[in-house]
Write a protein that binds this ligand. Structure first.
Ligand code: HEM
Length: 504
């Protein structure tokens, strides 16, 4: 080749000029762009090494130096980090349609039937159809109310367990208790029954826990494609394939069972579970919505991925803060017991009156945002945000945890003070961008009512029916407040507490 070029100086000159023109064009084009500030990056990994084990903390500290919109590079992937309420409003309201995509991921593809679920489905007609199924059919207010009996029964079982421990004054692992209750409520709403006991139940819970872990793993191959071989060598890919295959077999069995027992829940729509509802849509060609068997399985996995861990972290951190703040615990107990006035069952109407309870939950969502970095978005086209040029394909991460602790919007943000919400209209529904634990806009969470119904009823019940202390006379300030890395942030060490008095 070199010999050929030397013998043909005209071609050699032409190619050289052409390459130079390409380089200059690129430099000029980049130079003209007004990119957001970026911390220095390393070759190959970019800024990945700066994420640390708890990225919401590292990104908050980087943002304090570089501003509310910074451009990082995760390997090859340009990533916009959003760290203020104003910037979040630009992404999720002003330019919501442009940022309505999710980044592609080979792990999600393999675990979620080529992205046939709602959470990671690319923005478009299929996503729109699934969103309407979630909002209108699976998680409408009416449907969430129809699951009240499930919540009540499962919480009654939890109360019995606590009562037993209360009688023997033994410490209870509250973290495990909250994980179990949220799993069981989701499981019964999804399948109409629990999968907890026996070999099948245990295997299912194990698979779901591994599934959540794999979805939350930062896999190098996603960001540096030529290093994807590492996932094959270290067994990560094999694990993904194993979990995908085993979950598929389990879900196939469940679907088959429901098809055989068709109409088992009769015509009473209030008794329907998610699988029955989805099977109806699958078979009915008149609804204008078409889903296949894989969509049903992907949707069910979405419900477990998005609805279990997230909900239980709220209970875990709320209880942690109540034990650290005995006055807040007392205020809450007074409200709940005052409203119930000796009545044992708590209805949705009772919960509506519990303003302090709602303030405690809001403060927990602000201070311990369950998914601190929300769910990543991706720009579908070039766009200018707050004067900065953002290229199509840029991944977007919103640090909702940092926004919830921004002194620009919050007085004494590092203190747990539910009172701040008592005379305030600030809510978490996606309109107040200083409090966005559920995201906002088109891709906002459709499961808010479902999650809040379980959280409020569980919290009100354990506060109404028991008095609480930390084991061995420990004080609130002794509690380890460390966080465990993951998509949803749990306590690093489980929360143990003692129910000292029982009131039923
Ligand atoms: C405390 C509990 C929960 C929290 C903190 C939470 C948080 C979130 C967040 C941050 C997002 C991304 C929003 C965005 O991109 O703007 C999301 C999306 C989603 N959530 Fe939740 N969620 C919770 C409970 C639930 C429950 C119970 C379900 C279902 C039963 C659910 C289903 C979903 C789905 C399907 C999406 C994807 C929506 C889309 O991409 O269009 N979530 N959630």
């Amino acid at each position: 080749m070199a010999e050929f070029l030397l013998q043909n100086p005209f071609i050699f000159t032409f190619i050289t000029i052409f390459l130079l023109w390409l380089i200059i064009k690129r430099v000029v084009a980049t130079g003209r762009k007004n990119l957001p500030p970026s911390p220095p990056k390393l070759p190959i990994v970019g800024n990945l090494h700066q994420l640390g084990t708890l990225p919401h903390h590292s990104l908050q500290s980087l943002a304090s130096k570089h501003g509310p919109l910074m451009l990082l590079h995760f390997g090859n992937v340009p990533t916009l980090i959003v760290s203020s309420a104003d910037a979040a409003r630009e992404i999720m309201k002003t330019h919501d349609v442009i940022f309505a995509n999710r980044p592609d991921s080979s792990v999600s593809r393999r675990l979620l039937y080529d992205m046939k679920d709602l959470s990671v489905a690319p923005y478009g007609e299929y996503w729109r159809q699934l969103k309407s199924i979630f909002v209108l059919q699976l998680l409408s207010n009416k449907r969430v109310q129809s699951f009240h009996a499930i919540r009540e029964e499962e919480i009654a079982l939890m109360m019995e367990k606590i009562k037993e421990s209360c009688l023997s004054s033994s410490p209870l692992n509250m973290s495990d208790l909250f994980t179990a209750i949220t799993n069981d409520v989701v499981c019964r709403s999804a399948f109409g029954r629990k999968y907890r006991d026996g070999a099948i139940g245990e295997k299912f819970l194990q698979l779901i826990s591994e599934f959540l872990g794999l979805l939350g793993t930062i896999s190098v191959g996603e960001f540096i494609p030529w290093l994807a071989w590492i996932n094959r060598v270290n067994g990560f890919d094999a694990r993904v394939d194993y979990v995908a295959k085993e979950l598929d077999e389990f879900l196939e069995g469940v679907i088959q069972e429901h098809m055989e027992l068709e109409n088992s829940s009769g015509n009473d729509e209030s008794g329907e579970n998610f699988i029955d509802i989805l099977l109806k849509i699958y078979k009915d060609n008149t609804t204008g919505v078409s889903i296949d068997r894989d969509s049903i399985k992907a949707i069910i996995l979405d419900v477990f991925a998005a609805g279990t861990d997230t909900t239980s972290t709220v209970l875990e951190w709320a209880m942690t803060e109540l034990l650290r703040h005995p006055i807040v615990m007392k205020n809450l107990q007074n409200e709940v017991r005052g409203i119930l006035n000796g009545k044992q069952d708590i209805t949705d109407v009772d919960l509506e009156k519990m303003h302090y309870l709602k303030a405690v939950v809001k403060e927990t969502l602000r201070y311990h945002t369950p998914i601190p970095l929300l769910v990543a978005r991706e720009a579908r086209e070039d766009v200018n945000v707050m004067g900065y040029d953002i290229a199509a394909g840029t991944m977007v991460i919103t640090n909702a945890w940092a926004i919830g602790r921004d002194p620009l919007y919050w007085d004494e943000p590092e203190k747990f003070q539910p009172e701040r919400f008592l005379n305030s209209s600030i809510d978490f529904k996606g309109l107040d961008f200083q409090l966005i634990p559920f995201g906002a806009g088109r891709r906002g969470c459709p499961g808010i009512s479902f999650a809040m119904a379980t959280n409020e009823l569980a919290l009100a019940s354990i506060i109404q029916k028991f008095d609480w202390e930390l084991p061995k006379g420990a004080k609130g300030e002794d509690l380890d407040m460390g966080e465990r890395p993951g998509v949803a942030i749990h306590r690093k060490v489980p929360l143990f507490a003692v129910a000292t008095q029982c009131y039923f």
